[in-house]
Design a protein around this ligand. Sequence first.
Ligand code: SAM
Length: 301
Amino acid sequence: MTVHESSPLAALPVLGETAHQTYPTATLYVVATPIGNVTDISLRALHVLTIVDAVACEDTRNTAQLMNRFGISKPLVAAHMHNERQAAEALVARLQAGERIALVSDAGTPAVSDPGARIVDAVRAAGLRVVPLPGASAAVAALSASGLVNDQFHFVGFLPSKAKQREGVLQGLRSVAATMVFYEAPHRIVECAQALADVFEPSRQVVYARELTKLFEEIHRCPLSEAVAWLKADAHREKGEFVVLLEGAPESADAGDAEAERVLRILLAELPVKQAATLAAQITGQKKNALYDLALQIKGE
Ligand code: SAM
């Protein structure tokens, strides 16, 4: 496929790589857009926005503004949470007629705490093709800069705004071992920090990723016990957009005990009781006396 000469990519040498791909008709392109810094849009996203027949968007004013920044003009179709089902029907009909349509939300990746999933579902149910164009998502950006070492994360998104419901959701998350990811509005950020502190261990690490990719970007990590005070210490800290990350549940004492016993048994096969208990305590962080007693028990088995 050749690239339209009005495409902002037309002057770029890297364009060749974009052009090697195919962009089939009768396809919905799910396009991630920036979460603040407009230059975070991908070259491929710009290319697709240039070649589609229409762009389905959460708010036509926001998307028009974004497209204007890149000199792209396309028919815009409103597809927001209040009309997603009807919009899906109309978009399916257009795709069946052989159009290419892009789906975008106001910021970040569509269908991640944003409208889009129902449209994608309807398009797939109609046997039509859906192609994702990956890009910014606040959750992933926050995780990547958090330094929380955990291969798993549990995306929660927005918590209920009513205190009782929110507490119910949080209680259900107490034993989740993965790092938890929340989106929160600025006017509820302190309330949310207090709600987390009421439910989870105060020693858990929490990360506030605020205004990512924007001028006043700030990423702060502290124990949960200090979160409310940190937010309140400066009025600016309660402003802007936030991702909140919460460290997963600490390993249960049972799991720690089982691991200590496993290590102790290995060492006991080679070493005297006292030495095995001392080394097992150093390796696992468990108490030496308890491990010594356990070692005697194991020897007596
Ligand atoms: N679809 C988007 C994504 O992929 O991240 C999320 C849309 S959701 C309606 C908006 C929420 O995402 C905000 O309330 C905030 O919690 C988070 N968010 C979006 N942009 C952000 C940014 N620049 N910095 C921090 N959080 C952001």
